[in-house]
Design a protein around this ligand. Structure first.
Ligand code: PLI
Length: 477
């Protein structure tokens, strides 16, 4: 039996509150039109419950806030850096630390230093900024995640696993010299926050070691991944999260993370035990990020990150956020709403392909669903489907394997009632789903188009959905 949580209630109490405002359906219709049916372009003051992302939106602990007061704002050699370095050494077993302004700063430097034009980078599903940095450095990304990751209904406990046969075939085809590293992610974001098992990570390590290929871990949500290993993988039920984390990290050469997620701080880091990688990466740090002891973060955040890394391995912290997502997913399943199962580690992902099965993939069902959810609830989610994938070199849309709307859970921010409200409104939308149709472009940026692209609803369905909602709930909610 896995180590049980001692109580299912949230392991914190609330010390500071921020009011939220529920707008009327008329105001929401005006806001989503103004935003070009793109939830990234909504103003946050028009959002009631913000489930766009868990990035930089989590609540810090009282100890982290206290740590902010200890920021030693020195350009070089601040004491906070040495505290973060000590935390990385003790918790991760890694000697060398490179701070960065956030996760993508780490991705930029790693890609720029380690990838040569024509290289191939295999990974367990792409993440938007990760792949773009690999491509900007001249590399080509190849997805080697197991097929179950592309099936929202598969109950595989480790949908983030690498397909070892696919990886081996890729090495045979391109040769190890063209593969500078394998890019492994923990709690795979685009698969619905799904974990990788230790057994699989060990096998990836063994396979790549035979060919002299490095392994780099995107450890952005590694604490949740360690929790899933404890809960789901035979042999780990009685190991602590700290032990599981150390075992995972002993299997990779370099890790990087966005501290904005499970460390709750606006920053990032790279860590390694290899002095040669450290020295090569460090050379470029002052060019793109900042000096070696702050890397683009404020030293207040460096200190809060040191505290956040320690809290990540506290069993009540990682388990509480993962169990909160599980509760959300469970309530959506009970309401009959198609979502990705089993619950992952960062969000409830609504399966837009099943929710809006009448909307062709070319009309961006996940984008339409994200806009429709906002319209009927004031809840902001994020499209994770074809809109989040840029066009190919010939200008054709690349249809995504999964059409998802991500309702992400910032840590320690919302309560069960916020979840109940969200489930209730999404259930109403599901009952009226035939009113929702697709989207078409108004203006489309060439890269990472989901951030700034503007769209319009086909056949003006936004008005009809708002009218149906008002007929059931009235003008005021
Ligand atoms: O947002 P950054 O630059 O601190 O981190 C980039 C990044 C890297 N890896 C992974 C797995 C991420 O999820 C990630 C950022 N994710 C965002 C912003 C998200 O909303 O999921």
């Amino acid at each position: 039996m896995p180590i049980p949580r001692r109580s299912w209630a949230e392991p914190f109490k609330i010390k500071v509150v921020e009011p939220v405002r529920l707008t009327t359906p008329g105001q929401r219709l005006a806001a989503i039109r103004e935003a070009g049916y793109n939830t990234f372009l909504l103003k946050s003051e028009d959002v009631y419950i913000d489930l766009l992302t868990d990035s930089g939106t989590s609540a810090m602990s009282d100890r982290q806030w206290a740590g902010m007061m200890l920021g030693d704002e020195a350009y070089a050699g601040s004491r906070n850096f040495y505290r973060l370095e000590a935390a990385v050494q003790r918790l991760y077993g890694y000697r060398y630390l490179i701070p960065t302004h956030q996760g993508r700063g780490a991705e930029h430097i790693i890609s720029r230093i380690l990838i040569k034009p024509g290289d191939v980078i295999a990974g367990n599903m792409y993440f938007t900024t990760t792949r773009l940095h690999q491509e900007l450095a001249g590399g080509r990304f190849e997805d080697v995640v197991i097929p179950e990751a592309h099936d929202p209904a598969s109950e595989h406990p480790f949908k983030g696993n690498v397909d070892l046969a696919k990886l081996e075939a890729l090495i045979a085809r391109h040769g190890a010299a063209r593969m500078p590293y394998v890019s492994v992610a923990a709690t795979v974001n685009m698969a619905g926050g799904q974990p990788i098992s230790l057994e699989n990570l060990r096998a990836v390590r063994e396979l790549t070691a035979r060919h002299g290929i490095r392994v780099i871990l995107d450890a952005t949500r590694v604490a949740e991944n360690a929790y899933f290993i404890q809960q789901r993988e035979p042999g780990y039920a009685h190991k602590s999260l700290a032990e599981i984390l150390r075992e995972m990290l002993s299997l990779v050469d370099i890790l990087y993370m966005s501290g904005r997620k499970c460390a709750g701080v606006r920053g990032g880091l790279i860590a390694t035990n290899h002095p040669e990688y450290y020295n090569r990466l460090l050379e470029w740090l002052p060019v793109y990020e900042g000096f070696a002891t702050y890397g683009g973060m404020s030293t207040k955040e460096v200190e809060a990150m040191a505290v956040g890394l320690r809290e990540m391995t506290d069993p009540t912290v990682a388990s509480a956020s993962a169990d909160f997502v599980k509760y959300f997913v469970g309530r959506m399943v009970e309401a009959g709403i198609p979502v990705v199962t089993p619950a992952g580690g960062l969000a409830c992902h609504v399966d837009a392909s099943r929710f809006l099965s009448h909307v062709p993939q070319a009309d961006y069902p996940a984008g339409a669903l994200a806009a429709a959810i906002y319209l009927v609830s004031g809840v902001r989610g994020m499209e994770r489907g074809t809109l989040s994938t840029d066009r190919d070199k010939e200008g054709r849309d690349v249809l995504a394997d999964l059409e998802l709307v991500r309702l992400a859970m910032p840590r320690r921010v919302y309560t069960m009632s916020h979840i109940e409200y969200t489930v209730d409104r999404v259930r109403w939308l599901y009952e009226h789903r035939d009113l929702v149709q697709g989207l078409q472009w108004v203006s489309e940026p060439p890269v990472l188009r989901f951030f700034f692209g503007r769209l319009r609803p086909l056949n003006d369905w936004g008005n009809r959905l708002a009218d149906a909602f008002i007929a059931d709930f009235g003008e005021a909610v």
